[in-house]
Design a protein around this ligand. Structure first.
Ligand code: IVH
Length: 702
């Protein structure tokens, strides 16, 4: 990890250097070159080794280009170890190091149309032809890898490392499910092949991983790229497998047959054919995402198309890559020491903005974790206005040296939550004040505690009103008891009114009083009642998750629900018994033990049981809906049901009843939704049919 002080120093230096006028006589070139080299090396290290984004791409490129230009102007200051003379940063020592079969170069970056037009023109000039064909595809924002297959088997998966030598992370690579382990390359005459690509975490999986982290009381990860590259370097490959990494392969860098003949440029002769070829062999490739373009206008069209599409795309993209399609031409164009002349990365517009930190609010989470939240002067970043942003914990504030009144750089990657990248140190004035983390809970005034080895300060008062509210919100949330009528705002309102003090209160809400509240019509009160009623039939694992026991995420909740006949029986369990359960380590076990040894919690569970919630093992009782109790009752629905016909039908059938196709004397219940048809009249005429509304139906079913 980087030292805080050094980091801020380099960040300040990078801002100054990137704005430097290198033609000016006011500077001593040797000193400036040295500073630029140091600065670039430093940020290479933070990016490639520590998986940290400590500088924005644009500033980095400015530094790089300035250094290149100065070195060209002053050949007498040449240094073989300058960052411009090699491919990347350095290497971590934890994994065996292996050379790449072909150096892993990075791409030259461009930020506007003019750069692209220049590049395209330069390619035609260098190639001395009027029309060049290009392959244009998204630039995936993940962690680059290279895969080597020999004799049809995956033999190595390697990170980029310094571009010449990477880290052999084969065991971790093998856990990635969309990387085939054996591929019939020999059928195509290929003995050894090196394929390049990117390891990614989909946006959805990233959000899910963060939810799981949150449930376990761990801080959120900043973005999918950091999460992917961090995961790839984990020492334990079973842990890697849980991260659900994916790989997108886009490039063949080396291929020989068994006589050692080079197949690139002959059998494998174009970039877009390589994509098709890899696709046919079962690799994930940008098949639908790439195009073949014959001129700059089609290149630009495709780029603009993806500038729109990126928001809704499954993975994070940071730009587009334009490659000369013909591999022979590519070889003819060659590379500089840093990047190929046959390809260019077009970076999507920076999603960064600078704004002032106005104040810090301290939020109390469900398990008492105190999260400092930066209140900002509102600023637009990547299409959203940000006025409030998490600072995770006290260490984050210290590491970034954030002070009140500072200007902060906010970044937003795709539709990921915006985050604070760094402080604009050069704009700090003397009025900037250090942030003093509170010593007592901002809601209940209990002294805060920081448990050893944890980054968070916590309020340990289980009855802290903030924790109660958060627990209720969690209980009613979609992943837990799915009480759709009881969202965040309503929970807060009911807590304020004094109607909700604990979970059982949800099942004894004063509906008549609620109906008198502004904004609550009969319909919404009915809907609230229905969704609360329906929650009684949720599975035990959802209930366990909903209780918000510290470190018990969805997976552990399922394990617990399956391990017990009656939930309250956990009171008699010992820590040793809990440790026998899958997914339960010492921290989790202790937390479960603490929860069930608290008599208040047991009383609360018993109350829930009395209210009709299902607290019994899923294996012995189907808890989704109680089965069998409807006997052979026949139901018919009319009008629009908020439940949905299919769900209503499934509920009837699970409870042992059936649903009729039309009205007859065989029908026992006619369930009337909104805007019913003529069936109600007809049912009344038949006389033996019970006419009920939706809330009554739900009560009957559960
Ligand atoms: S081509 C020699 N294609 O971007 C160039 N790279 O900044 C071979 N990247 O190191 C790479 N998507 O990790 C290529 N569709 C794509 C890409 C891509 C992402 C990454 C790759 C490369 C970096 C360069």
């Amino acid at each position: 990890m980087q030292n805080d002080h050094e980091l801020t120093e380099y960040q300040t230096l990078s801002q100054t250097l990137s704005q430097l006028d290198i033609q000016s006589d006011a500077y001593i070139p040797s000193a400036i070159i040295q500073e630029l080299r140091d600065c670039i090396r430093y940020f290479d290290q933070t990016y490639y080794i520590d998986s940290q984004t400590a500088i924005d791409d644009f500033t980095y490129d400015q530094l790089y280009k300035k250094l290149q230009a100065l070195e060209t102007l002053h050949p007498e200051l040449h240094d073989a170890n300058s960052p411009t003379q090699r491919v990347g940063g350095s290497i971590t020592k934890d994994f065996p190091q292996v050379p790449h079969l072909v150096p892993m170069l990075s791409l030259d970056n461009s930020y506007n149309e003019a750069d692209l037009r220049d590049f395209e023109k330069k390619v035609r000039n260098l190639a001395k032809i009027d029309q060049v064909t290009y392959c244009v595809e998204p630039k995936f924002d993940g962690s680059s890898i290279s895969l080597v297959y020999e004799n049809d088997g995956l033999v190595r998966g390697v990170t980029r490392g310094d571009g010449l030598i990477g880290e052999d992370i084969t065991p971790n690579i093998r856990t990635i499910r969309n990387i085939p382990l054996s591929v019939p390359f020999s059928k195509h005459g290929i003995q050894t092949i090196e394929i390049r690509g990117e390891v990614l975490i989909s946006k959805a999986q990233f959000a899910k991983n963060n939810q799981d982290r949150d449930a376990k009381g761990l801080p959120a990860l900043a973005n999918p790229r950091n999460s992917a590259s961090g995961s790839l370097r984990l020492q334990d490959s079973t842990e890697v497998a849980e991260r659900r990494l994916e790989a997108m392969m886009y490039h063949v860098s080396y291929a020989i047959d068994k006589e050692g003949n080079d197949l690139l440029g002959s059998q494998l002769n174009s970039r877009h054919q390589n994509i098709k070829f890899l696709c046919s062999l079962g690799f994930s490739v940008p098949d639908k995402e790439h195009i073949i373009a014959q001129n700059i206008e089609s290149i630009l069209d495709h780029i603009h198309l993806w500038e729109q599409k990126r928001e809704s795309y499954k993975y994070e993209l940071d730009g587009m890559v334009i490659k000369v399609d013909d591999i022979q031409l590519e070889e003819q164009l060659g590379s500089t020491s840093h990047h190929p002349r046959w390809a260019l990365a077009y970076k999507f517009s920076a999603r960064q903005a600078k704004t002032r930190l106005l104040s810090v609010q301290y939020q109390v989470g469900r398990v008492g974790t105190i999260t400092p939240v930066a209140k900002l002067e509102p600023v637009a970043v990547g299409g959203v206005t940000v006025s409030s942003i998490t600072m995770f914990n006290e260490d984050f504030i210290k590491e970034k040296d954030i002070r009140l009144g500072d200007f902060l750089w906010i970044e937003r990657a795709g539709d990921v939550i915006p985050y604070i990248s760094h402080v604009a140190i050069d704009e700090r004035d003397s009025s900037a004040m250090p942030i003093i983390f509170p010593e007592i809970c901002p809601v209940c005034n209990t002294a805060l505690i920081r448990i050893e080895n944890e980054a968070a300060w916590r309020c340990m008062n289980f009855n802290c009103p903030a924790q109660i509210t958060e627990r209720l919100i969690h209980f009613a949330s979609r992943d837990a008891m799915e009480i759709s009528g009881l969202g965040d705002a309503i929970v807060r309102k009911f807590v304020d009114k004094g109607w909700l003090k604990n979970i059982p209160d949800i099942y004894r809400l004063p509906y008549t009083e609620i109906a008198g509240l502004e904004g609550f019509g009969k319909k919404s009160v009915d809907r609230l009642g229905e969704s609360i009623e329906l929650s009684k039939s949720r599975s035990l694992s959802k209930l366990v998750f909903g209780l918000g026991i510290r470190f018990v995420g969805e997976t552990t909740a399922k394990v617990l629900a399956n391990a017990i006949a009656r939930l309250e029986d956990f009171q008699t369990w010992t820590i040793e018994q809990l440790l026998q359960l899958p997914d339960v380590g010492p921290k989790v076990a202790q937390s479960i033990l603490d929860y069930f040894s608290n008599p208040e919690n047991i009383t609360m569970l018993q109350m829930l049981r009395e209210f009709g919630l299902s607290l019994d093992n899923e294996k012995t009782h189907s808890t989704e809906y109680q089965t069998g109790h409807l006997g052979n009752s026949v139901f018919l629905f009319t009008g629009t049901m908020s439940l949905g016909r299919n769900e209503a039908k499934a509920m009837v059938e699970k409870s042992g009843g059936s649903v009729a196709g039309s009205l007859s004397s065989k029908v026992n219940y006619l369930v009337v939704g909104e805007d019913p048809g003529s069936k109600v009249d007809k049912a009344q005429k038949i006389g033996t049919i019970k006419i009920i509304d939706e809330p009554e139906f739900i009560r009957l079913i559960s």
